[in-house]
Design a protein around this ligand. Structure first.
Ligand SMILES: Cc1cc2nc3c(=O)[nH]c(=O)nc-3n(C[C@H](O)[C@H](O)[C@H](O)COP(=O)(O)O)c2cc1C
Length: 321
């Protein structure tokens, strides 16, 4: 039987399947089930920068350390960061798979301490949910990217914890930006986030929320950039967005992903679908004679040059597939 063991962010995972940051990973019982169904790791829902503000007045002393019972008693359970840290502690005590905490940031304000608190609370790694917004015409793309790289360098210098950056796909030059993140020491890149979607109700003529789940057609962009970047940059790629079938998982591994994250499909088909994804991957590997994931990761049967040309193609001329 094929082994799905995978090394990601320096962690030993029993499978390359990771359940994305979302409410799917918000309860201990659900996480236990996900571990049983084959998740190699889970990413907890993000702690948002807004949640952190308002806890600045809490003194951290030798006794009152984040994540401890004393901390929770002192700050009160209504403070989200405190309950978040307590939740990390609870989950890590009850499951034997790595638990990746997630923190959202849109500014560079000094919330880096929380990454350390997450580590102290038991997180195996932290995913930085990077979501800068160019809010008006004064924002220059290169400034936003520079800020992100600066943040990465600072976090990498200050913390000894595996970090992944989860980004959206709207960057002008993903190869340059992601390579810079790699030079700053970022070990993993989650490509890509799918952000909250705005919509308008035309009957009521009011704002509404768009569809929260991805469509299968969104896989192609994830595949393109996983394929292209995995041969160019140092960080490992955790492919995310538009993964709806076990075959999608295999495609992304063939394109060079180290791990693959799933979210929408588990909301739509239930947590047990993860088991089907894992089993189909194992069966495919057995049928192809692969004993480990490393034996086929990034191994589409073409030259590196042909591969790059294929993923770079944007126009419907001379298809290279
Ligand atoms: C209900 C819901 C909540 C989510 N919350 C977060 C979050 O807190 N942090 C984050 O980084 N991504 C969050 N996401 C994005 C997912 O982690 C994932 O990146 C996205 O849905 C794309 O993957 P998919 O195509 O497999 O759904 C959320 C997605 C959904 C549907």
């Amino acid at each position: 039987m094929a082994s799905l063991k995978t090394k990601y962010l320096g962690l030993e995972l029993k499978s390359p399947l990771i359940v994305s940051s979302s409410t799917l990973t918000g309860k201990v019982d659900a996480i236990k089930k996900l571990a049983e169904y084959g998740a190699g790791a889970v990413v907890l829902k993000s702690l948002f920068e807004e949640d952190i503000r308002g806890t600045e007045d809490i003194a951290v002393t030798e006794e009152i350390q984040p994540g401890t019972d004393l901390w929770v008693q002192n700050v009160g359970m209504e403070k989200k960061p405190a309950s978040y840290l307590a939740f990390i502690g609870e989950v890590t005590r009850q499951v034997d798979i790595p638990v990746i905490a997630s923190i959202n940031c849109h500014s560079l304000e000094d919330w880096g301490d929380y990454v350390r608190y997450m580590k102290e609370a038991g997180a195996s790694a932290v995913e930085i949910n990077l979501a800068p917004m160019a809010e008006d015409v004064s924002f220059r793309s290169q400034d936003l990217e520079k800020q992100a790289v600066k943040l990465a360098s600072r976090l990498m210098k200050e913390l000894s914890l595996p970090l992944a950056f989860k980004i959206g796909s709207n960057y002008t030059s993903l190869p340059h930006f992601t390579a810079e993140l790699g030079h700053a020491g970022v070990e993993g890149l989650v490509l890509f986030n799918r952000f909250w979607q705005p919509d308008i109700n035309i009957e009521k003529m009011t704002f509404s929320t768009g569809i929260p789940f991805s469509a299968e057609s969104e896989l192609a962009e994830t595949l393109r950039w996983t394929g292209l970047l995995s041969s160019m940059i140092k960080p490992q790629i955790s492919a995310s967005r538009g993964v709806h079938t076990p075959e999608d998982v295999i495609k992304l591994l063939l394109a060079g992903a180290t791990t693959v994250q799933v979210c929408s499909v588990l909301y739509q088909k239930g947590l047990t679908y993860l088991q089907e994804m894992r089993e189909t991957l194992e069966n495919w590997m057995d049928a192809k004679g692969f004993a480990t994931v490393d034996e086929f990761r990034g191994r589409v049967k073409t030259s590196l040059q042909q591969r790059r040309e294929f993923y770079r193609q944007l126009q419907y001329t001379n298809p290279k597939g």
